[in-house]
Design a protein around this ligand. Sequence first.
Ligand code: ZN
Length: 222
Amino acid sequence: MLSLEPEPYGNSQLGVPLHVWRPRSDCELLLFAGIHGEEPETTIALSRALRHLSEPPQHCAVVLAANPDGLTRGTRGNANGVDLNRNFPSDNWQANPVTHRSTLDDPSDVRLSPGTHPGSEAETQALIRLIDELEPDVVIALHAPLACIDESIESPLGARLAERTGMPHVRDVGYPTPGSFGSWGAENGVSVITYEFPMATLDEHVRDQVPVLVDLVTGAEL
Ligand SMILES: [Zn+2]
């Protein structure tokens, strides 16, 4: 059981501390979960992986809850109703409401705000500051339930992750994502891999995804 306490890297809109578990030395990988508050399986799985460790990771920083207000409210967006993954200050950010499907079988008709302007939200700003400070070689963002490994430029790590998880390695998720974290990363020289869990039970995520996450956090060969 990991005893080291995380450190705050900012506060959410509602004043909840945003926490990062820092690596012991230089940061090669940042793994974050829960930027969409209705994807708590990502937070739970990453927490399980972190608690497998007996000491802090050597080269991996971990954020369990990039959107704690959304996680506590069970909403995709933050406390302002903003989809943080459409709020990043990328060239393709747009002011129109963003839509998403409440389940994969539903029409894309749930409307969320992308924010009043690019990077308007406290959680977005704090994550950018954290990445500027840590300068990770790669950032892996956990999402659900599209069952793919998504990156704009294929990398060896992305390919290994796709092979290990048995999920398709794709260049996009099949629809536009203006203002997404991935779009911002591509424009700012930050390598981003989006690791989309499949639709599954929590027990299945613990069985199938947690061992992969443990290897990522510890830097083991995938
Ligand atoms: Zn998501």
